[in-house]
Design a protein around this ligand. Structure first.
Ligand SMILES: [Zn+2]
Ligand SMILES: [Zn+2]
Length: 198
């Protein structure tokens, strides 16, 4: 994800489609559609969070020190998708020109886009209570896999999808948006060729 640092007032903020400004008013910026963003001001420094490392750090927030590191960086001066507004027109022109030779346009976008696209906020999924240990569990986002205390049930997927682990009779929906428990398929018996089933 893309952010801005204002070296005058020290503010750091993320970007939205609607223009945002730092508290001293010197630095501002916005997304212009897709992954493209622009910023203004002589004190503005473009920053990026490496999405995967940031999402992982949120997901695996430790309960004890040290805190979890993630990768952040100052974006290079000539990033085609995060440009200073004074240079924006020139940048767009050069990108358009580059588009005529497809490969070049792709190359131009490759470096800054791959890591710093938009990170959607985590959305929590439905809550489930374990009838065995009474623990209430909730997946806080896609890929947030949570077990109950006793390990009888687990849930994954946040608000995007719900994956429930465990026996349906141990699961109790708390609140809304629960998915109905799925019947567990009978265990598959693997019979080796040549050997007798036991
Ligand atoms: Zn400022
Ligand atoms: Zn349990």
């Amino acid at each position: 994800m893309k952010l801005l640092y204002c070296s005058r007032c020290g503010d750091v903020f993320n970007l939205k489609l609607q223009e945002k400004t730092c508290s001293c008013g010197e630095t501002s910026g916005s997304y212009t559609g897709g992954l493209n963003a622009v910023f203004k001001g002589k004190y503005a420094k473009p920053l990026g969070f490496a999405n995967n490392s940031f999402v992982d750090a949120l997901k695996y927030q430790p309960s004890k020190p040290p805190g979890r590191l993630f990768t952040a960086f100052v974006i290079e001066k000539n990033c085609e998708t995060f440009a200073h507004k004074d240079k924006f027109t020139r940048m767009t022109a050069s990108l358009k020109k580059a588009k005529s030779t497809k490969k070049t346009a792709k190359e131009a976008r490759k470096n800054c886009d791959r890591q710093i696209g938009v990170v959607s906020p985590l959305k929590a999924g439905p809550k489930y209570r374990c009838k065995k240990c009474d623990d209430v569990i909730q997946s806080k986002g896609r890929h947030d896999f949570v077990w109950c205390k006793c390990g009888a049930i687990a849930v994954d997927g946040g608000n995007d999808y719900t994956r429930l682990i465990g026996r349906p009779e141990d699961q109790d929906c708390v609140g809304e948006n629960c998915v109905p428990p799925k019947p567990i398929p009978p265990p598959v018996r693997i019979i080796k060729e040549g050997s007798q089933p036991r």
